[in-house]
Design a protein around this ligand. Structure first.
Ligand code: TYC
Length: 101
């Protein structure tokens, strides 16, 4: 029995999955000036004036607009920074995050 070869019955299969991406969502409010929302979008999300204006007006009309998707950490950091930029001026501007389906 000293030379018995034992073959393992279970195989270990390593599965690599991409990290789930998270959406940054812009929420409309009645107080933050439109141009300030555009300025924050340009600064924090590297958008052009045109892109930023489209996102701002979509949130203004529909209540919310997806700004962009990032890894969880980056999405949360950007949402916090953008929300803080509004708060620093006394505006209720709000960016939230949620995982993509
Ligand atoms: N609704 C704001 C206004 O009329 C502008 C605005 C747009 C504010 C989008 C927030 O996410 C927002 N001044």
């Amino acid at each position: 029995m000293a030379d018995t070869v034992v073959t393992p019955k279970t195989k270990v299969k390593t599965k690599v999955e991409r990290p789930r991406l998270h959406k940054v969502i812009l929420i409309n409010d009645d107080f933050t000036p439109r141009e300030f929302v555009v300025t924050v979008l340009k600064a924090e999300f590297r958008m052009t004036e045109d892109q930023a204006h489209k996102v701002m007006i979509t949130a203004h009309r529909r209540g919310v607009c997806v700004v962009a998707v990032f890894t969880k950490d980056v999405a949360e950091t950007k949402a916090t920074r953008a929300t803080d930029a509004g708060r620093a001026k006394g505006y209720p501007l709000l960016f939230t995050t949620e995982p993509e389906e």
